[in-house]
Design a protein around this ligand. Structure first.
Ligand SMILES: *Cc1c(COP(=O)(O)O)cnc(C)c1O
Length: 245
């Protein structure tokens, strides 16, 4: 197959996969009586090359998510016209590059990281849009603050000048049991409601991935983070042994 044919084929595949994901999102919205357009799709491009991002972007997808700081910074600098979301664990020595190249960060789980991101956000850029990551499953291995720490963290983040607090994010325990999936997502939604009752205006619930986006949408997700259902199976990971995913 020629390179041109190959590229046309991959465009067609990506367009089909993206359409299938949108179909699932639309169905889930409708099934729970939510308005069309109430869920944003983040295409998680971690481990895939920039050409794959270009192919998916050419199908109309604008927002992309990355887990690994250097890989994400490289892609975001190469395609500054796209919207970039950081969704991986954050080490404090990586905050500067993230603050300089990303539009959103979903994985703030401690104050120190929030303070560094705010201090390092370049003045010429709009505030970094951020979510607090909450550990809703209580597993030791997962990152995220404890549910009962989330409000205090929100309170402090709201004072930081170069961050705009948008909502909560969770990566629940992976399970095929829909009831368990829904219970974990409901917990995050409940927490958002509680925090908003204290005078906050969190408008984002970042939850749901390729395998559980229906459950997440039925429990109020406003942003789903979808990787393999759009890009295909990841064939390698550069995940440090100490972090999940
Ligand atoms: C990898 C990843 C995703 C996407 O996972 P898929 O199962 O491929 O859809 C979503 N969110 C986070 C935080 C991830 O690390």
């Amino acid at each position: 197959m020629s390179a041109a044919e190959n590229s046309a084929l991959s465009h067609e595949n990506s367009a089909q996969r993206l359409a299938a994901v949108w179909h699932r999102i639309d169905q889930a919205q409708a099934a729970s009586g939510r308005h069309a357009g109430s869920v944003k799709l983040l295409a998680v491009s971690k481990t895939f090359p920039i050409e794959a991002v270009d192919t998916v972007a050419a199908c109309g997808q604008n927002a992309f998510g990355e887990n690994y700081a250097q890989e994400g910074i490289d892609k975001a600098s190469a395609r500054p016209n796209l919207e970039w979301h950081f969704i991986g664990p954050i080490q404090s020595n990586k905050t500067r590059g993230i603050a300089e190249h990303f539009d959103w960060v979903h994985t703030i789980d401690r104050l120190k990281i929030a303070e560094r991101l705010s201090a390092q956000r370049p003045a010429v850029l709009p505030p970094l849009q951020v979510c607090v990551q909450v550990n809703v499953s209580g597993e030791n291995s997962k990152s995220g603050c404890a549910a009962d720490e989330a409000q205090a963290l929100c309170q402090t983040i709201a004072q930081l000048p170069n961050l705009q607090l948008r909502g909560l994010m969770a990566i629940p325990e992976a399970t095929e049991d829909t009831a368990t999936q829904r219970r974990q997502f409901a917990k995050l939604h409940e927490l958002q409601t509680q925090i908003n009752r204290q005078g906050f205006a969190l408008d984002t619930l970042s939850m749901g991935m390729s395998d559980d986006l229906e459950a997440a949408i039925s429990e109020g997700a406003t942003l789903v983070r979808v990787g393999s259902a759009i890009f295909g199976k990841r064939t390698y990971t550069n995940t440090p042994a100490s972090t999940e995913l």
